[in-house]
Write a protein that binds this ligand. Sequence first.
Ligand code: 2PG
Ligand code: MG
Length: 428
Amino acid sequence: MTTVRKIHASEILDSRGKPTVLVTMELSNGLRTNAAVPSGASTGVHEALELRDRDPKRYHGQGVLKAVANVNKIIAKKIIGLPTGRQEKLDRAMIALDGTKNKSQLGANAILGVSMAYARASARAENLPLYRHLGGEHARVLPMPMMNVLNGGKHADNGVDFQEYMIVPGGAKVFREALRWGSEVFQCLKSLLKQKGLSTGVGDEGGFAPVMKSNREPLEFLIKAIEDAGFKPGKEVAIALDPASSEFFSNGAYRLAAERRTLGVGKFIDYYETLAKQFHIISIEDGLAEDDWEGWRLMTEQMGKKTQLIGDDIFVTNIERLRLGIERKVANAVLIKLNQIGTVTETLETIALAKQAGYGVVISHRSGETEDTFIADLAVAAGCGQIKTGSVSRSERIAKYNRLLGIEEELGSRAKFAGFGMVRTCGK
Ligand code: 2PG
Ligand code: MG
């Protein structure tokens, strides 16, 4: 029997240069693994709590030494000696030890670091790749990437209200081809922006962040870039949006600063519908705000048959909130972020409920990432067919794509790629 011999957490930096938690785990057979925790910027208010030190003398209050100490001094004591392969037992023990609803006592960053490191350690102990350990023998579907090539909102500083404009190369036959298509479109987009004298500096997730006049102008650029790269918009490469609209929702309305107007929910849904038709938009995440349940229901009723509507801030990978959503006929897909909920077990449970209810599942990075590639394996393990892990630049994003290339190669002829086939709409 292999057991956990040592756990050690440290404070490291993420892709934005902000502190995050790294957990290293050593097993009784000498194997060592580690895991690093991601961090969001447009965080939903219902997310599990990311514990920060609030000590103004270090990292502007953003240090994570408390979370690190919680792993080293509190969690470690409980976990040392635990055999590998008991993920649920470990995660439930940490949830009980924390004792709060949102993991605010120990910090979701402390708990998740241990949970992820343990999953990886358990995989190594069984001599299995992580996706196989988490997903079993049938885990062989490579996810279609949703690539955030044009950034706005809280991830940039360019006057665009919507946070993410993504290209979706779902017409490709295999993952590596989809990745190439995405990269080629990205390069064409760069040339186009250059020609127009616009900035080609990149935002937090590696997409461009040029100053634009409206929220639709980026869509015009994307369509042109897709065509310039030699692909058919909609058929080969489609578009997806994450407006992250909780960020511009107030007093029951949506304030589009880029367009100097404020729209009520009904008008805003019509606006999305027009955009979706015009620009081959197959998927919209967080089209409406995190607590605008009635708006979400209307949007799902009006657009859900044609468009994948993904709940991120509204569900926060939380099984209770997703259950409410299913009951209320809200959205038809869920975004999955490990650190929104804080353990691997709860993440897998939320994925299972979504699948059971016929909701689409998209595994996602955070805007603050590290070189850790856990979510690439998770996407294959979940067999959900979709991943959102940023643009085709910046190594913390590319690391996930490169890991997927590796998994595809390892699976050889067993690898599958469903392309647009796993995009969910109501009634499909
Ligand atoms: C989102 C994410 C990731 P953040 O809104 O979906 O793209 O952003 O990590 O800042 O919440
Ligand atoms: Mg989002």
